[in-house]
Design a protein around this ligand. Structure first.
Ligand SMILES: [Zn+2]
Length: 392
């Protein structure tokens, strides 16, 4: 016999997948007794999380009432901490960013000050938006790693040196009185792809190709929260030294930084070479031969890394995201040719390589998906809305 929480989780998850559906559909999909399904549905309707939305087709006898999870009324707050800024979003369970805002971080900002400001911004967002406190399930913060996700503490962030060891989760939770989770950005982007985009996919690798190279892995439908340092896979044993302590890491050859260095090396000595990633993308789109040639090299190297990864994990889908990975100008053909050369043919055939449909919202939506998924695992909290603010 599954515990009550487990049955509720099962019914909620099934409702999310099948909505609108009848109680009989839920019984069939979950294998639970019809009275158990009916009791849980009653609880969910009372908690204003589920509604009846008319009748469905009858297979003989009375037409069944159809049920719908009120996914447009369940909200999560997302915060994305990046170098120089924090982006904030209020997202619903349909995957819509209902409200977005953000603020700049001064260069040497103390993490305490940044969290105070973040708390004020979130508080203002909640007070002025359509989401009432009752339906805001929690907050998730996306950060660059490395990170102790259980404690919500940043370990040694290269671009946020003053934040080393800072307890983001505890600090923000005390300020907001809402549940707060902290997770690595690449992991959250990977989770967004399966939660909002590809619900039938169980094994997915997300590659965030932006200034750096990161990513996240979903296996058996679950986010792998242990480190997935695809950027620090060695692809050249005698290669350049990396600040991770290794040598010949993939990120040194396949990233926005690598692209910039490669373009600079191709330009004449006296040319301006201090390009931003957006500059480089504009140059490539305008047909700059150096930018395009250097980008071919980036794509080839990333394809080699992806070929290795396919041999190890054989994900069903590899999703490319980040400003560079999802740019129209990125040469996918080159990447695929390299992956094909280095992966087992049979495994390569079973892996699709696609571009993220979520684009720049991947991190906001990934953080929101993390809040929703956690709440689905502990639905008792969902059923006591009044206590959420007080006991967070
Ligand atoms: Zn490295």
């Amino acid at each position: 016999m599954v515990q009550a929480g487990g049955n509720r989780s099962l019914v909620l998850e099934t409702l999310r997948r099948l909505s609108p559906c009848s109680r009989a559909d839920l019984r069939q999909a979950t294998g639970l007794h019809i009275s158990t399904v009916a009791n849980i549905v009653d609880e969910l309707i009372q908690a204003d999380l589920v509604e009846e939305v008319g009748t469905g087709d009858s297979s003989g006898g009375r037409k069944p009432q159809l049920l719908r999870l009120k996914t447009d009324r369940l909200f999560a707050v997302s915060a994305v901490v990046q170098y120089g800024k924090i982006e904030v979003g209020l997202c619903d369970m349909e995957g819509v960013v209902r409200h977005r805002t953000g603020f700049k971080l001064p260069k040497r900002v103390a993490p305490e000050d940044a969290m105070e400001q973040l708390s004020d911004v979130i508080d203002h967002t909640l007070r002025t938006s359509e989401a009432t406190g009752d339906h805001v399930l929690g907050v998730a913060v996306a950060v660059p790693g490395p990170l102790d996700a259980d404690q919500g503490v940043l370990l040694t962030p290269p671009n946020l040196p003053g934040w080393r060891g800072f307890p983001i989760r505890r600090t923000l939770q005390n300020l907001l009185r809402l549940p707060v989770a902290v997770q690595k950005d690449g992991h959250l982007a990977a989770f967004a792809e399966v939660w909002f985009g590809r619900q039938h996919v169980n094994h997915l690798l997300f590659i965030m190709l932006d200034e750096g190279l990161g990513g996240g892995l979903v296996m058996n439908g679950q986010l792998v929260t242990r480190a997935v340092e695809i950027g620090h896979m060695t692809i050249r044993m005698d290669g350049k030294s990396c600040n991770c302590g290794g040598r010949g890491c993939l990120e040194l050859y396949a990233s926005g930084i690598a692209w910039r260095q490669n373009v600079a090396a191709r330009k004449a000595d006296d040319a301006v070479t201090d390009f931003s990633l957006d500059d480089l993308l504009a140059m490539a789109e305008a047909g700059d031969a150096d930018a395009l040639g250097a980008l071919e090299e980036v794509a080839w190297h990333l394809g080699v890394g992806i070929g290795n990864f396919i041999n190890l994990y054989n994900p069903e889908v590899i999703v490319l995201g980040g400003r560079l990975g999802s740019a129209g100008v990125f040469p996918h053909g080159t990447l695929l040719a390299a992956a094909r050369q280095y992966a087992y043919e049979d495994l390569m055939r079973k892996t699709a390589v696609e571009t993220s449909a979520l684009k720049s919202d991947a991190l906001l939506l990934g953080a929101a998906a993390h809040v929703f998924a956690q709440m689905f695992q502990n639905p008792a909290v969902l059923l006591r809305p009044g206590e959420r603010w007080a006991n967070a």
